[in-house]
Design a protein around this ligand. Sequence first.
Ligand code: UFG
Length: 323
Amino acid sequence: MILVVGGAGYIGSHLVKELVEKEKVVVLDNLSTGHRAAVDSRAIFVEGDLGNEEDLQMIFKSYPIKAVMHFAAYSLVGESVIDPLKYYQNNVASTLTLLKIMLKNNVKNFIFSSTAATYGIPDVELIDETSATKPINPYGHSKLMVEQILADFSTSYGLQYVVLRYFNAAGAHQSAAIGESHNPETHLIPIILQQLLGQREKISVFGSDYDTEDGTCIRDYIHVTDLATAHIRALEALLTGKKEAEIYNLGNGLGYSVKEVIETCEKVTGVKANVEMADRRAGDPARLVASSKKIFEELGWKAERNLERIIADAWKWHQNQTY
Ligand code: UFG
């Protein structure tokens, strides 16, 4: 049985939908940003907090957990600058509690959701796992701190882990049963699609004077279902003993500018966007594109869904959003 912490959230719920095909799953989520309706009905759902030792003990005592996948984090860069305590408390301190209770129950396989924000402002075109990690905000720091904790726990306690550093997660399940639903929404693709649906007046492009071809920021968008399958590969690698302590980037290896994403949304949906140029948003690196060569070579995973597919799936979801 696999414990998925944060399994009601955007990425966690997509992983659960794939994982229930292969394993028995328990989801722990406090529903602070997640949605009960996003959790596949084949999973057992426990409402509780990863920082609460009693909630965790109850789960480890009740179910034969062989691995934990941890998605339960706050993940907004801007908010982390305004309220770093919230980020260190949940993303670091509560994760330590989770790890402590896991080890107490002799559960030693762990998959951790990390982020491109651990790299800060990269000095390379294509970021690989050996690129320098220099976060520029508390969110990135909180994730990198956990990565360090995992390395130390591996050495001292025999914890086995895979860290997955996501680039820009996007898209929705192909069934359109689940998708991205944040409140407030800050991410580019849902904002564009909401505008195309008439739910927003306009799209603000944050900065058009970056050192990129069209002046807007470049990101590596990866389909949330591709992220889910990467987690399943990582889990198999841990459970078969193939891997003990690894870090992998998860991206497409392709960068798209904000303008290109808007144009692709217009093309896929056939609707014209209302766009305005705006000031830069604080803390945005000009370009973040992953090399995912390592996970391809070692675990045979690569992203299979391109930007058009990401947008087409997200569009189906946003047209019929249920939560
Ligand atoms: N953008 C706009 N207008 C908007 C929203 C976004 O122009 O209304 C731009 C941003 O400035 C950025 C790009 O679109 O250049 C993508 O922005 P998102 O907010 O969708 O995603 P980020 O790249 O900021 O954030 C993602 C993850 C974070 C992670 C970060 C790493 O969501 O969790 O990558 O830098 F920390």
